[in-house]
Design a protein around this ligand. Structure first.
Ligand SMILES: Cc1cc2nc3c(=O)[nH]c(=O)nc-3n(C[C@H](O)[C@H](O)[C@H](O)COP(=O)(O)OP(=O)(O)OC[C@H]3O[C@@H](n4cnc5c(N)ncnc54)[C@H](O)[C@@H]3O)c2cc1C
Length: 453
């Protein structure tokens, strides 16, 4: 799509007078099987089949308002990248797939307003060409902005907050169909942005921008575990965004990805990186896989949007045949937590594809796992063996329990509701506010009922 099209302000294309035709999944299962793309009957990984009877794909805010008013039980559906039932509904899903336009690039105030279903990759290149950047991105750019923020999705960086941290304001269609704009000064902002879909449907998001920057990505291989435990803070601070990849075997981290902002003052990284050696070609997080889908490495400078994610926008990151879990641990317990998981290496090995360790800075979002707490995350991509993985997760969680671990809202976990809720200081405030916004529980689903209220 051309740049001009991206930065067009809201116009005729946004004005829809007709209510979007609904796609009934119940009556057309044949088509649902054939055309998962259109009907979105499963999530991205294919491990969860949505139970909602009906999916709507509104093309305008007005259509969203009409739908919300009309329907009793419903839930927003973004780009379907969660691994659990968080985006499901017992009745209706409202997909934001067609709400993906760029509304306004405000150069003077350094903000970008987009429709909530836009994916980061849809506008990142345009932003760079216009001289702007976002502070960070997740490992892949294919996720919707509102869906990512709703679950506190993050990238890495000791000083980088999760992606919700770059939100300036949101436009929300509330359960009665009315519109509200909440900016950072609004008392409910910190609950609604990382809102787990509980407050209504976010239709627009305004993101805060910074001047564009270039990043170079260097990968190092075979970092001794002993180096990680002795130098954790230094290693994770060696770049703007650093990731460690490991399958927990052989007392080492198999790869260190160091993403550094390009500047005149930057020095070359040592060839001996805490005992790890520089990769001689682009590398996939799983060493044995082809790196063709990965963003450029080998210290080649490039725009932020083509280096901060691990995977390129133009490629599907993998077949989707995987499962993911991710646990947040307060940063001061990083080394203890890593060693606790390392002890499980033999149990983990048959089921793991790869783990990734990242850092995220503290924020103020009530349901963010990083609420007032700098964290590390221990992410694991598992083989798609649900029975085995679900049996292993309680052990993983038990090993991390001494550190009050919190799971990623969009991934697999088994921590019981009582334990989970006790780990969120603002949980009861969140519930009270969700009930105030949605007294009839229009946006409740099985996930919220089980885990939140
Ligand atoms: C391959 C892969 C890589 C990933 N990498 C990362 C990573 O690097 N870092 C990380 O933290 N996570 C990562 N994730 C997890 C992912 O970022 C989250 O699951 C995220 O929530 C996905 O966004 P989505 O739009 O697909 O959400 P969906 O699954 O569609 O929805 C998630 C939640 O958001 C709500 N929601 C969606 N849109 C709206 C809206 N407009 N208004 C209100 N509520 C809304 C839904 O109701 C639901 O509660 C990854 C997932 C995959 C599959």
């Amino acid at each position: 799509m051309k740049r001009k099209q991206f930065i067009k302000t809201t116009s005729a294309a946004m004005v829809g007078s007709m209510l979007t035709p609904m796609v009934s999944c119940k009556t057309d299962t044949k088509q649902a099987t054939k055309s998962k793309e259109v009907l979105q009957r499963t999530n991205w990984a294919g491990n969860y089949t949505y139970q909602a009877d009906t999916i709507y794909e509104p093309k305008s805010v007005d259509e969203v308002q009409q739908l919300i008013k009309k329907l009793d039980i419903q839930k927003a559906l973004g780009s379907t990248h969660c691994f659990n039932n968080i985006a499901d509904s017992p009745k209706n899903q409202i997909s934001t797939k067609k709400l993906n336009k760029v509304i306004e690039l405000d150069k003077a105030n350094k903000t970008l307003t987009i429709e909530a279903g836009a994916r980061y990759g849809d506008f990142a290149e345009m932003l760079h060409k216009e001289g702007f950047a976002l502070h960070n991105l997740a490992s892949l750019p294919h996720i919707s902005v509102a869906g990512a923020c709703a679950t506190a999705t993050h990238g890495s960086g000791v000083n980088n907050k999760n992606l919700a941290g770059q939100v300036r304001s949101v436009e929300l269609v509330k359960p009665d169909g009315s519109l509200s704009t909440l900016n950072r000064e609004h008392p409910d902002f910190a609950a609604v942005v990382v809102g787990l879909g509980a407050f209504g449907i976010i239709t627009k998001v305004t993101l805060m921008l910074q001047d564009t920057f270039e990043v170079q990505q260097d990968v190092f291989l075979d970092l001794p575990l002993e180096s990680v435990t002795s130098n954790f803070e230094d290693i994770m601070s060696s770049g703007y965004s650093v990731s460690l990849f490991t399958d927990w075997q052989d007392n080492k981290v198999s790869e260190v990805w160091v993403k550094r902002k390009v500047s005149q003052e930057m020095a070359d990284l040592d060839n001996d990186f805490y005992g790890a050696t520089p990769a001689k070609k682009n590398i996939h997080p799983i060493v044995a896989l082809d790196a063709v889908n990965c963003t450029e490495q080998m210290g080649v400078p490039g725009p932020w949007y083509d280096r901060l994610p691990h995977f390129k926008m133009g490629f599907t990151p993998s077949a989707g045949e995987e499962l993911q879990s991710e646990y947040f641990v307060p940063r001061e317990h990083a080394v203890e937590a890593l060693l606790a998981i390392e002890k499980m290496k033999d149990e983990i090995f048959p089921h793991i594809l790869i783990s990734e360790i990242r850092t995220i800075a503290a924020d103020n979002f009530w349901m963010s796992p990083c609420y007032k707490q700098d964290c590390i995350t221990i992410h694991t991509t598992w083989k798609q063996k649900p029975k085995e993985v679900m049996a292993l997760l309680p052990k993983f969680e038990e090993a991390l329990a001494p550190f009050n671990t919190k799971p990623h809202w969009g991934k697999l976990f088994t921590i019981d509701a009582e334990t989970l809720q006790a780990r969120y200081e603002r949980h009861s405030d969140f519930v009270a506010l969700a009930k105030k916004y949605d007294p009839e529980g229009k946006f409740k689903n099985g996930y919220l009922t089980k885990n939140i209220y």
